[in-house]
Design a protein around this ligand. Structure first.
Ligand SMILES: O=P(O)(O)OC[C@H]1O[C@H](OP(=O)(O)OP(=O)(O)O)[C@H](O)[C@@H]1O
Ligand SMILES: Nc1ncnc2[nH]cnc12
Length: 239
């Protein structure tokens, strides 16, 4: 299913499946192109994990125009909604790059979903979860969100959806409603959004998931592995 909805002049949303939305690349060509073409990827030899394409969010953070477009896209989306989120929760670590600025724009709190072993105080745990390349556990401070909250969960990228579901679990345990899950990049071939909507017999099937670009819009041409067999992974800076 693909339908298109114009919410204002600048941001047009495409429906990919029930409660699965993305920016329409044909109708927002400048935004999608600028963001997608600011996202390099590296192959396994030059990545921290053995995945075919590891996407590098620093292509966005080091490009002020692209960084602003990402933040504006999310912030304007929530500013325009009749029913607004009450909190933004971001995932350790790359969700921390976008969440705080969006929360500040909306004038609402930013809550950290932290990897286990980093937060003080009384905590709730997501339990163990599996990502595209690791097994982790996330925690949130007890009381950071409660049953009155409508929480936007935000991250840089959704792959298998394991990390996202850990955030859904935390919100669920604390009685809060997830307003939306949002990520800048989606890897659709890993079916992360489908997994969120099918989790526990559809417990979260009504929660919208919104993404901006995917691996196809980024494209194979964004591969940035150095050319040459002998290029080392870590180099010494020349004096
Ligand atoms: O959909 P999934 O398969 O769960 O993968 C997505 C997660 O993987 C990455 O985080 P990572 O765990 O590598 O942590 P980092 O931000 O500290 O690099 C990314 O920032 C997402 O949080
Ligand atoms: N392919 C990928 N690139 C960057 N971050 C990721 N997190 C999970 N999968 C990833």
């Amino acid at each position: 299913m693909t339908t298109t909805t114009a919410t204002n002049e600048s941001v047009v949303i495409k429906t990919l499946a029930p409660n699965h939305f993305c920016l329409d690349q044909n109708l927002n060509p400048r935004v999608v192109h600028t963001i997608a073409k600011s996202l390099p990827w590296y192959g396994p030899k030059f990545s921290p994990h053995k995945v075919p394409n590891f996407y590098d969010v620093s292509g966005i953070t080091e490009n002020p125009e692209a960084f602003k477009l990402v933040v504006d896209t999310f912030a304007e989306r929530y500013e325009r909604m009749k029913e607004k989120p009450t909190k933004i929760a971001g995932f350790d670590a790359r969700g921390f790059l976008f969440g705080p600025t969006i929360a500040m724009r909306l004038g609402i709190p930013f809550v950290m979903i932290r990897k286990a072993g980093k937060l003080p105080g009384v905590l709730v745990s997501s339990g163990e979860y599996v990502t595209e390349y690791s097994t982790d556990e996330t925690v949130m401070r007890f009381g950071a969100i409660d049953a009155s909250d409508r929480v936007v969960l935000i991250d840089d990228l959704i792959a298998t959806g394991g990390t996202a579901l850990a955030g859904f679990e935390l919100c669920h345990q604390l009685g809060a409603t997830v307003h939306e899950f949002a990520a800048m990049i989606e890897l659709p071939f890993l079916d992360g959004v489908k997994k969120i909507h099918e989790y526990k017999d559809g417990l979260f099937k009504d929660v919208p998931c919104f993404t901006v670009v995917d691996c196809l819009t980024i494209g194979e041409d964004m591969g940035r592995d150095p050319i040459g067999e002998d290029v080392p992974r870590v180099v010494k800076a020349e004096e």
